[in-house]
Design a protein around this ligand. Structure first.
Ligand code: ACM
Ligand code: ZN
Length: 764
């Protein structure tokens, strides 16, 4: 018994010593680290030490829940249960509706013996308390007692309020189902950074997620997405009880939920359940691929509107917020053009075209929602067919829609793709995972100003704020979701709270280093900039090569060339590495907290230029085709393809054939490509396999998607080289090969952009 006890003591002491590396001394805890940066903050001499002699005093009973929220958190990390009596040191909380601030504003005074937090409203008080938490060491966010720490708060005066009332984060629950516990975890973090809107994208072509009691088939049929081979790709829905629970959880954190029910497009999951609501009558199944679906709700049938009104009734009952989002984006009009009932409706309503029918559809739904005392938001397409003036517009196709909307007196939320879409990668294509598209670094999103110059000064107040969007086509796991969200959501928090002229990116990055530790305490899998430089991880060179690395935020990097995994004790990267023999470089980025990035491993292989083909060739390339579903290249190895046929170039993919995915096939292209000089060339491909000079150099077999994230280089002599490209149009995780144009990409490794191989370079 005694021995056990003794052993226990040793274990606890050693855990404590490990945890007790003096947090007060840590570089990330130095200075003032509040995100979003307060509008007015003055530092003063001295500090307040939070300890067990501190008492808390509430000036009114209506703020008890706000106080309890923070006292609970403080007790978890500090072990201090604040006294409720008067004491020498006081934390005084109050609400004063006469403060000359907007409704979310607050004042905070820290003096050596008293902290006073005054909110204009309970919400303002909540934000004042979040600011106070951020004046404490980052470990205050721990859910376990942090031993040995001193909880010191520097003396300051803060007077603060947000620049914009709408500071939003969107999440796509439908491309991959997003569970309730994960959402609650994000709400905790959003609240820390004063983000106050959660846009819950509940319905899609791929999944219908809200339980609607009147229409049980919506979730029975519409909440499963299948792979092409019949296996389940993703599934899930929210019961009404769960949604109410999330609403309450968000409300405790002063976050309003904006639920989105998409119409008239992005609705195939609903149509799979109730095909009679479509123009053609179906049958349908939930969409197995990403992209834009041609089936819409039929605008000619009254039944469509009865259904949607019933759905909205249940949604309004669950979600008490002012706004309901009704989508409106990405509606091809082909079904409406072909539908007698839709055409009849256009005649009756005097609508000149289907775009006006789209406008009419959404105005009709808006009228219904307004009759229930609520307002709508729609994506900026709602402007195309004439939105009513009371509709708010979410500008996603750049800022053009937002400018137009604000100038014509619509309320606007800015969420332009190139700044605010968190499904875009946040570093180089080779180091970052597969993503929706272009690069949006932390710096880029931070630079976004929600009020473009071209909104007239008198109309600028129509911009309610901005939002980041987390679409999940390419985000398969919730860990990956956090990787995409953080730290970029913190930039959104600051650009919507702090006036543009007060933003300061280098100082923001310094504060993010502190926020990272807070995120660690919430077990958030945030992004750490990766070592970039080499365009790929499988690199060839001839003679010698100089290899330079960088990362998007200039954090220190450490590397090895002996095969060992690097640590902060490895060599600090300072200058480009000079290689004259085959070498494997392993390199990491290190944050001020000591946390390291994933290891990047780059193989540099010393070689000669591969000789060019010396025979004659003719224009065009060989193509062989076979219809069928093949899960990988082994599955079509022994099947009978069509006779090879010479075609001028790769078969173009008709992006207008929106349901091409319904007929899977494989094509194999063969021939020669020509390069202009002896050089090292980089290759990428959006297909299953690429072979060069008889070697398989790019292989996406069994990967979830064909992508352009993997680049390899080959040293090639001037002239023609043999290639084979395998294109497999089976669907894996919603991503068929036909997604982008068929080709392979070839470039000099020094170029930034991948360039498609040209028809003039090809022969057979
Ligand atoms: C959208 O990204 N389709 C709004
Ligand atoms: Zn119709």
């Amino acid at each position: 018994m005694k021995i056990h006890w003794f052993r226990f003591l040793i274990v606890s002491v050693s855990v404590c010593i490990m945890a007790c590396t003096n947090i007060n001394e840590q570089v990330y805890n130095q200075g003032i680290n509040i995100i979003p940066k307060p509008q007015n903050i003055t530092e003063q001499e001295g500090s307040f030490v939070l300890d067990k002699t501190t008492a808390v005093k509430l000036q009114s009973s209506d703020i008890k829940s706000v106080a309890d929220y923070f006292l609970r958190k403080i007790q978890l990390s500090t072990g201090i249960e604040l006294l409720r009596d008067n004491a020498e040191k006081m934390l005084v909380l109050q609400v004063d509706s006469t403060l000359p601030l907007n409704l979310e504003g607050y004042e905070l005074m820290v003096r050596p013996d008293t902290i006073t937090v005054i909110g204009k409203t309970p919400q303002g008080l909540f934000y004042g308390m979040q600011t106070l938490m951020q004046l404490l060491p980052a470990e205050i966010e721990s859910s376990q007692k942090v031993c040995g720490a001193k909880w010191i708060i520097p003396c300051v005066s803060v007077v603060d309020e947000p620049a914009f009332p709408y500071r939003g984060m969107h999440m796509d629950a439908c491309r991959h189902f997003t569970p309730v516990d994960f959402i609650k975890k994000q709400l905790d973090v959003m609240a820390m950074f004063k983000i106050n809107r959660f846009h819950w994208h509940l319905t899609e072509d791929q999944l219908w997620t809200p339980e609607i009691k009147k229409y049980p088939r919506l979730t029975e049929v519409g909440s499963v997405r299948y792979n092409q081979d019949g296996s389940v790709a993703t599934a899930g829905f929210y019961t009404q009880e769960e949604m109410r629970e999330v609403v309450a959880y968000a409300a405790e954190r002063f976050i309003t939920i904006v639920p989105e029910v998409e119409m008239p497009g992005h609705a195939l999951a609903a149509l799979a359940a109730y095909p009679e609501l479509s123009c053609t009558g179906g049958p349908f199944h939930t969409r197995p691929v990403w992209g834009i679906e041609p089936e819409l709700f039929c605008a000619g049938k009254e039944g469509t509107f009865h259904f949607l009104e019933d759905v909205i009734d249940e949604i309004l009952d669950i979600f008490p917020g002012e706004y309901i989002h009704i989508g409106g984006d990405e509606c091809p009009m082909v079904r409406w053009e072909q539908c007698p009932l839709c055409q009849q409706r256009m005649k009756e309503e005097g609508l000149r075209n289907e775009t006006e029918l789209h406008g009419w559809f959404l105005r009709r739904m808006e009228n219904y929602i307004r009759s229930k005392g609520r307002k709508i938001i729609g994506w900026d397409e709602i402007l195309d067919g004439g939105a009513s003036s009371t509709a708010a517009v979410m500008s996603w196709r750049g800022d053009v829609g937002g400018i137009k909307a604000a100038n014509s007196s619509h309320h606007v939320i800015m969420t332009p793709g190139q700044y605010c879409y968190l499904d875009y990668r946040q570093g180089g294509r080779t180091v970052e995972p597969l993503s929706m598209g272009p690069c949006t670094t932390l710096e880029k999103i931070y630079s976004f100003n929600p009020i473009p110059e071209s909104i007239e000064a008198s109309q600028r107040h129509f911009v309610l704020g901005a939002q980041v969007n987390v679409w999940r086509e390419y985000i398969f796991t919730t860990d990956h979701m956090e990787y995409m969200i953080y730290p970029r959501a913190l930039a959104l928090a600051e650009l919507t709270w702090t006036p543009t002229e007060q933003k300061d990116f280098p100082d923001f990055v310094r504060r993010v280093n502190n926020a990272y530790v807070r995120l660690d305490e919430h077990h958030i899998n945030y992004h750490i900039p990766l070592p970039e430089g080499p365009v790929g991880n499988e690199m060839e060179f001839v003679d010698t090569v100089s290899v330079a690395f960088f990362n998007t935020r200039n954090y220190p990097m450490y590397y090895t060339v002996n095969g060992n995994n690097p640590t902060i004790k490895s060599t600090l990267y300072q200058n480009p590495l000079f290689l004259d023999k085959t070498t494997t470089i392993k390199i990491i980025t290190v944050l001020p907290s000591g946390k390291i990035s994933q290891i990047r491993t780059v193989n540099y292989v010393k070689t000669d230029y591969a000789p060019a083909y010396q025979g004659n060739t003719q224009p065009g390339i060989w193509m062989r085709h076979v219809d069928g579903l093949f899960s990988n290249s082994a599955a079509y190895k022994n099947v009978q393809f069509s006779e090879p046929k010479v075609i001028p170039c790769f078969t173009p993919v008709d992006l207008n054939k929106l349901d091409d995915y319904k007929t899977p096939w494989v094509e194999i292209y063969e021939g020669y490509f020509e390069v202009p000089e002896d050089a090292v060339y980089a290759f990428a491909v959006n297909s299953e396999e690429l072979w060069v000079d008889g070697k398989l150099i790019l292989d996406y077999n069994n990967k979830v998607a064909r992508n352009l994230t993997t680049v390899v280089t080959k040293a090639l002599a001037k002239g023609k080289h043999r290639f084979q490209l395998n294109k497999n149009n089976s669907i894996k995780q919603g991503f068929p090969d036909t997604w982008r144009e068929t080709t392979f990409y070839i470039q000099s490794p020094d170029d930034d952009f991948l360039v498609a191989v040209k028809e003039s370079q090809l022969s057979h």
